[in-house]
Every structure is written in structure tokens, then in C-alpha cells.
Design a protein around this ligand. Structure first.
Ligand code: UDP
Length: 239
């Protein structure tokens, strides 16, 4: 069956989601819009939609090869991909290897401190509340996920961390931290959303240069160049 893009279901900060003529599939379009600090800072990163579509597809293919079930079906074009339709679990799962960002602020570890063990965190995906940090008890009280789903998300997140960390080491990139979103598809918890410089912190292993959205958040300049550099290191492609 030829998949056709139908009406828009949802517009997020970085992507639009469309229905298709197949109820099991959605059509995703990546935008150049960039936001930070709960949407208070807004801007555009030229070609970000193209870069993140390619980078995220690259990571999702790698994870599929290693046995992680993801929503990715196939790339349509530069900015678009077809995915399995999921019900998003309203919990953002963050994995951290090195202290940075909100962790440094919250518990006072200077940015760049190597964590003696991996840290796993949950945030409630709720813009009005500013995505607060939550734990298993809060997830149960809010009925965001079952204990089985929390376990599945946690195990997948830690496995994804191992896969990505190893893979990025060869590309001379340190994986500082990243955020994942999961959804349910036919009852199964699968990886959804994206993995890109918007959702990860990537530091050059030698120079410690930031190759991620912190360049936008902190007005450091050369944002597009950093995203291009990530794509180049992963795939050898230049845009
Ligand atoms: N992150 C994200 N979306 C969010 C919040 C965080 O993709 O809404 C990512 C962020 O890019 C970083 C990791 O999750 O790689 C941890 O972010 P942190 O909690 O330090 O928050 P921040 O400093 O970005 O506010």
C-alpha cells in the first residue's frame, strides 16, 4: 500500500505529526524551529530539521540493529520519516554519564564531573508545569505508566546508553546525557521521538567543545555547524 500523508494530528516544538492512510503509521516532519527553557527562548537553527531527521534515523537504525524496538519505519525525504503510531507515555527519561545542565544546578556537581554511576531520571512531560522531575511514586499517582512500563523504559534506556556511548567513543564524542521518550504500540513499549543534538549533550572528546543544543541555549554561536559536525562524524555525510 502506498502511504499517504493525511491531516496534521499534532504540532510540537520541533516536529509535526500527521496521520496517514494506514492507522498503524504516522508521518513526521522535522522543523528548523528551536526552543529552550520551556519554550521561553525561541529561534531557528538553519537546516536543523534536515540534520536531526538524518541523525535520528542513523541512531534509530543502529539501535534496531542492536535489538531495541523503535517507532522508525523509514525515511521519506530530507525532513520526513514514517513511524509506527504510538501513544506517547508522558514521561521523559533522562540518562546521565557526566554532570551537566539541571543536574549540576540541582545537586551542585560542577559541569563535566564524571558520575561514578549512571543516573536515570524521570520528568513529567507537562509544559504548563515546566516538566518537573518525578519518581516512580509520582508516576503511579498520576497514572502515567504501569510498574512494568517503568521497568521496560528503564532497562531500554540503560541499554541504549551502553550502545550509544560505545558507538560515539569511536567518533571521538563523549555522551554526557540525553533524553528519551517512549510510546506504546499494540501494547508494547517502544522507543519513540528522536535522538539528536536537540535531545543529547555531545562533547568533543579531545577539545570538550559542545556539539549540541547548549550552543543555542547559551548563545555560543556556530549552532548549525555543530549539528553538521555530528552528522559528518556519524555518517561521513556533509549537508
Ligand atoms: N532534554 C531534552 N528535552 C527537555 C529537557 C532535557 O531533550 O525538555 C535533554 C537535554 O538536551 C540534555 C538532557 O535531556 O541532553 C538533560 O537535560 P537537563 O535536565 O540537564 O536540562 P537542561 O539543562 O537542558 O534544562
Amino acid at each position: 500500500m502506498d502511504i499517504q500523508k493525511l491531516e496534521q494530528l499534532h504540532e510540537g516544538k520541533a516536529k509535526k505529526v500527521y496521520k496517514t492512510n494506514d492507522p498503524d503509521l504516522y508521518w513526521i516532519e522535522y522543523k528548523d524551529d528551536a526552543t529552550a527553557f520551556d519554550g521561553k527562548k525561541k529561534g531557528t537553527i538553519m537546516n536543523k530539521g534536515i540534520l536531526n531527521n538524518r541523525i535520528s534515523i542513523h541512531f534509530f537504525n543502529l539501535l534496531e540493529d542492536k535489538g531495541i524496538v523503535t517507532h522508525l519505519v523509514n525515511q521519506v525525504n530530507d525532513r520526513e520519516q514514517i513511524v509506527k503510531a504510538v501513544d506517547i507515555i508522558m514521561v521523559e527519561v533522562v540518562v546521565r554519564n557526566i554532570a551537566a545542565g539541571s543536574l549540576s544546578k540541582r545537586i551542585g556537581l560542577p559541569e563535566g564531573t564524571m558520575l561514578p554511576k549512571t543516573v536515570l531520571e524521570f520528568y513529567y512531560k507537562d509544559d504548563a508545569l515546566g516538566d518537573p522531575l518525578i519518581n516512580d511514586y509520582h508516576i503511579a499517582v498520576l497514572d502515567l505508566a504501569t510498574p512494568g512500563q517503568i521497568k521496560a523504559m528503564s532497562e531500554m534506556a540503560l541499554k541504549i546508553n551502553d550502545i550509544l556511548r560505545d558507538y560515539l567513543k569511536d567518533k571521538k564524542i563523549d555522551l554526557i546525557d540525553f533524553k528519551l521518550e517512549f510510546g506504546t504500540h499494540k501494547g508494547e513499549v517502544i522507543l519513540a521521538d528522536e535522538i539528536s543534538p536537540d535531545t543529547c549533550r555531545f562533547w568533543d572528546m579531545e577539545t570538550r567543545e559542545k556539539l549540541d543544543k547548549d550552543r543555542f541555549r547559551r548563545d555560543m554561536g556556530n549552532v548549525e555547524e555543530a549539528y553538521r559536525e555530528v552528522l559528518r562524524r556519524l555518517t561521513g555525510e556533509t549537508l
